[in-house]
Design a protein around this ligand. Structure first.
Ligand code: HEC
Length: 157
């Protein structure tokens, strides 16, 4: 028979593993389902990649089509480069800066509770201190993103 201590130890390890993964969100498990469900209709696999979309932006916008964002690579291009920080600018709830929420924030959920929860998941996934609204380049009084800010991006696959 298995010694009770071994069972306890195994249970403890399982618990620790569970906690580690709960603290350590990943794209496949935590983020992709949100993006597919909440953004997929306009940023899904049939949407053009960012560069293609950018060439004819007005036209795509008129058809309510955004750039493709439903894969890890495409999504990250709106975090890091070339569309640096656009995920954060569009999804921000506006509370920190006391300003307006980004115009994609509403899509994060059908209730304020759901929007707040999905935003918290996204922020935790990107990493502590990684929710920065800066662009690559300086724009007006807003400085361009720094290497230190980019270093905070964890965004586990
Ligand atoms: C009903 C359609 C629709 C839904 C749903 C939607 N978007 Fe959008 N999104 C658009 C359109 C159209 C644009 C381009 C117009 C604009 O810039 O506001 C856009 C623009 C964006 C941009 C800016 C792209 C850039 O770099 O210029 C980001 C980032 C974005 N959306 C993220 C999201 C996320 C994340 C979700 C899900 C939480 C989402 N959107 C849900 C239609 C949608």
């Amino acid at each position: 028979m298995t010694h009770p201590t071994a069972l306890l130890l195994a249970a403890g390890l399982l618990l620790a593993a569970g906690q580690a993964s709960a603290q350590d969100p990943g794209w496949r498990k935590d983020i992709e389902p949100i993006v597919k469900a909440k953004c997929g209709a306009c940023h899904g696999a049939s949407a053009p990649i960012y560069e293609e979309w950018n060439l004819d932006r007005k036209n795509f916008e008129a058809r309510n089509t955004g750039p493709r964002m439903d894969s890890y690579v495409d999504f990250m291009r709106h975090v890091v480069w070339p569309a640096t920080g656009s995920v954060m600018r569009r999804l921000d709830d506006g509370k920190n800066a006391g300003g307006k929420p980004g115009n994609m924030y509403a899509y994060l959920g059908s209730s304020e509770e759901e929007r707040a929860r999905n935003l918290a998941t996204l922020k935790a996934w990107l990493g502590e201190g990684a929710w920065n609204l800066n662009r690559w380049e300086t724009r007006g009084s807003v400085p361009g993103i720094t290497k230190e800010q980019l270093d905070r991006v964890k965004a586990k696959y």
